[in-house]
Design a protein around this ligand. Structure first.
Ligand code: ATP
Length: 450
């Protein structure tokens, strides 16, 4: 096979083609990853070869018009077909899926595709899409400049971003899909103990599949979409073992392994302050309040940070912070009726604890506690009433918090868990990847759960 990596369309019999897909789901049915897996199954019949696993590319998690996790897909293939002909085949499949399955028009979804036969040399568009908000006309202009074929509507933003994604570091997710006649079931029957066992056995090569505190599965959605479960990890071979080790009473109709930017922290914008971006700020706490309902409001560098009760350990830790502590906060910048602009914290690093405070001196007569009589006017003992001139003393106070990073328990696809070592390279060759993918698109399970 002669893979044409340069831009000379049609010069050789086959060429590398990169496909970006987005917005093929709706709140009631379908899912962009599911469409891409079906598409790969079809493309294999067309005798294409995959040049890598498909990529599941998460984009800005704060985009208001996303359905769920703001996912887009990149598929890299080697094909003998002409790129325009291939684009038409894929677009027809896309229309079929979005009309029949996700019913996009009814739910105001705006599916899109981008197709290119050249690699984009930089990650600019991806970086912008994962960190910021991109207008559709900017995306169209960019695609034209890059010579991409684009089809559809707003989904082309995510599709172009997926094409422009080249991982520096990545993780994997193995997703299993239910047969169509079972999509109406909201509840999935997965044996939680088998998932705990799986994670205990392979941790830290698999991660964030269980909320151990609430004894709650993080691998399954709860809606009427095709996904049965998705398990996250950094070793494709270990994830494959999950297909047999995770016990479910639900049928699996097919599965796929995606290479993904999940858990990479790629969404963080250092020190930005625009709405719908994920920012990072560092400074000393000037004010902190526990508000009714359990949320905590913290002021740092004139920014208002909110640490929601739902963030679990992060909220508990933030209640132990004090004025004068130095923290670094990562969170989404959102509009707020009450505060104008808030940062919803997803991670807080405690950099310095203010464990010293100035205290009034003790009474020199009876050692009682004293109150200040005003600046330069001395102190009065609260016990014996003795008045004296003295100075405030620096005292150390015990703190129940240690330096370090505290993270939200609420799972966010792009947030990097503190313990995770990301990977930089696939250790699998293309033939092995193609064999795995063929196995997965045809995978069916048996009922093993009792
Ligand atoms: P699923 O996870 O099931 O695929 P989703 O949450 O990914 O659903 P989409 O249906 O993909 O939601 O909708 C996201 C939409 O937002 C897409 O049309 C995509 O092109 C667009 N989009 C993604 N990132 C940005 C961005 N940074 N700026 C503007 N639009 C964006």
């Amino acid at each position: 096979m002669n893979i044409n990596n340069d831009n000379s369309r049609g010069k050789e019999s086959g060429q590398k083609i990169i496909i970006g897909i987005d917005d093929h789901d709706s709140p009631v049915a379908g899912c962009t990853t599911h469409f891409s897996t079906l598409l790969i199954k079809e493309l294999i019949k067309e005798k294409i070869k995959l040049l890598d696993f498909p990529y599941l590319v998460r984009l800005n998690p704060n985009i208001p018009w996303k359905t769920r996790g703001n996912a887009s897909i990149k598929i890299i293939i080697y094909s003998e077909r002409d790129i325009d002909e291939l684009a038409d085949i894929i677009w027809n499949k896309s229309i079929e899926y979005t009309e029949k399955i996700s019913k996009s028009a009814k739910y105001n979804r705006k599916p899109g595709l981008a197709i290119s036969n050249k690699d984009i040399s930089d990650r600019w568009f991806y970086e912008k899409a994962v960190k910021d908000v991109i207008p559709l006309n900017l995306a169209i202009e960019y695609a034209k400049k890059q010579g991409m074929i684009i089809k559809g509507d707003r989904g082309i933003i995510g599709s172009i971003a997926a094409i422009s994604y080249k991982p520096k570091e990545f993780t994997y997710e193995l997703i299993t899909y239910r047969p169509e006649n079972e999509w109406n079931k909201n509840k999935r029957e997965i044996d939680i103990n088998s998932v705990i066992e799986f994670e205990n056995k392979y941790f830290p090569y698999v991660f964030e599949n269980i909320d151990y505190i609430k004894k709650y599965l993080l691998i399954s959605p709860h809606g009427t979409d095709p996904i049965l479960y998705g398990i996250r990890g950094i070793d494709a071979n270990i994830l494959l073992k999950g297909l047999n080790e995770i016990i479910t009473n639900d049928k699996i109709d097919m599965a796929m392994i995606f290479k993904t930017n999940q858990a990479t922290d790629d969404h963080i914008n250092s020190f930005s302050n625009y709405f719908y971006q994920t920012t990072e700020i560092e400074g000393e706490i000037s004010k902190i309040d526990n508000i009714r309902g359990g949320d905590v409001i913290i002021n740092v560098n004139s920014s208002t940070i909110i640490v929601y009760k739902e963030t679990g350990e992060l909220n508990i830790a933030s209640k132990l912070l004090k004025v004068g502590d130095t923290i670094r906060v990562v969170g989404a910048v959102k509009p707020s009726v009450k505060y104008g602009k808030i940062i919803e914290a997803e991670k807080i690093e405690v950099i310095k604890l203010n464990n010293k405070i100035f205290k009034n001196p003790e009474c020199p007569k009876c050692n009682g506690s004293t109150e200040s009589l005003g600046k330069g006017k001395g102190f009065r003992c609260k016990k014996c009433g003795y008045r004296f001139i003295g100075e405030k003393k620096l005292k150390e106070i015990p703190r129940e918090l240690t330096l370090g990073i505290y993270q939200s328990r609420y799972y966010r696809h792009l947030s990097k868990p503190i313990y995770l070592n990301l990977i930089k390279e696939n250790n699998l060759n293309i033939d092995i990847i193609n064999n795995i993918i063929k196995y997965l698109v045809n995978f069916k399970n048996m009922y093993t759960y009792s």
